[in-house]
Design a protein around this ligand. Structure first.
Ligand SMILES: [Zn+2]
Length: 341
């Protein structure tokens, strides 16, 4: 099959469009003909190399896949079925999985990461339980753009922060995958959204998606603007994934009883916390990683009925994966960048 692989770590130039062996199916796995694969920041991290995470080389990235089932070493899987794929690979046997908290198991694995070859290829093998059937009217590009960011944002807002109707939610980086998903999920739950972005064009798009207020995070002070927009009260929920660059302002933006949920630290992992503010304002700081299969299925209902809609920034042919990753690296995108295979 054709695939995009890297044989050593480095810049986008290590990505090679080349022939690779077809995947071998183990019992319980299915082979998916990839039609679309969305990019995530994880793809960039593992291509550059992570100091404590060995990646067997050569490696194929790609955690967000949509396509058709073409072979199965499992029963009751109709060949030809159009599917999207849950990125989290769980065992289904440990205590966490059996409690439905499959994203909390100690060695949580992700399609396209470490030992799992991903969707930057014509074919990918996945455990049968990772398949989610998609209706005919949902196209592959949309379907590939959905699972990872929407399950992540759903877990953050609904499960961790328990967002409620009428609350104020601050969403950082509206143009990011998690940002655009969080705006929509917060609106779906009746919250008012205040979103940040780094350009006028992105702010305009955030408004069009349902953000009531927007903050230019290069030109305006996030915490000061939140004070002004909430009549000094602060927001009930902050959706963090930026890290060092915004952490202090995110904490300062919280109202009494506010919840800050973080799923990433793109600009660095150090952040401090004023413990006096933490207890006296009764704040909650919540870590969040990916999401559960059950949450993906819940979110998918709103996707299939048109109430949640992944925003597509741009598509690239598989052979142009390097250019696609470069666009993500330069933060030029609004929404998901998707490879068409
Ligand atoms: Zn398990």
């Amino acid at each position: 099959m054709k695939a995009v692989r890297f044989h050593s770590h480095g810049g986008v130039d290590v990505l090679r469009y080349e022939d690779a062996p077809d995947p071998d199916l183990a019992p319980g796995e299915v082979l998916v003909r990839v039609r679309a694969c969305a990019l995530n920041h994880l793809d960039l991290w593992e291509r550059r190399g992570l100091p404590h995470v060995p990646i067997p080389l050569p490696h194929i990235s790609g955690s967000d896949v949509a396509g058709e089932v073409v072979a199965a070493a499992a029963s009751q899987v109709p060949l030809g079925r159009r599917v999207m794929v849950q990125a989290g690979v769980s065992c289904g046997r440990c205590a966490a999985c059996l409690a439905g908290r499959d994203n909390e198991r100690p060695q949580y694995e992700v399609l396209g990461y470490r030992n799992h070859q991903g969707g930057y290829a014509e074919f990918v093998k996945v455990p049968v339980q990772n398949l989610v059937a998609i209706p005919d009217e949902v196209d592959f590009v949309q379907a590939a753009a959905f699972p990872l960011t929407f399950v992540t944002a759903w877990h953050m807002l609904v499960t961790k922060a328990r967002v409620a109707s009428g609350e104020d939610v601050l969403v950082l980086a509206a143009g990011s995958g998690v940002g655009q998903a969080a705006i929509q999920i917060a609106r779906l739950h009746g919250a008012r959204v205040i979103a940040t972005a780094g350009s006028e064009e992105k702010l305009e798009r955030a408004r069009a998606m349902g953000a009531s207020e927007v903050i230019h995070h290069h030109k305006q002070d996030i915490a000061e603007e939140i004070k002004r927009l909430t009549n000094k009260r602060g927001v009930d929920v902050v959706i963090e994934h930026v890290g060092e660059a915004t952490w202090a302002k995110s904490v300062r933006s919280l109202a009494r009883g506010g919840r800050l949920v973080t799923c990433g630290a793109t600009t660095g992992a150090k952040g401090s916390l004023d413990l006096a503010a933490l207890f006296s304002k009764q704040l909650s700081v919540l870590g969040s990683y990916m999401g559960r299969k059950s949450e993906l299925l819940q979110a998918a209902r709103y996707f299939f009925s048109g109430q949640l809609k992944p925003v597509i920034d741009r598509t690239f042919p598989l052979a142009d994966a390097a250019r696609a990753q470069q666009r993500l690296e330069e933060s030029g995108q609004f929404g998901k960048i998707v490879l068409e295979v």
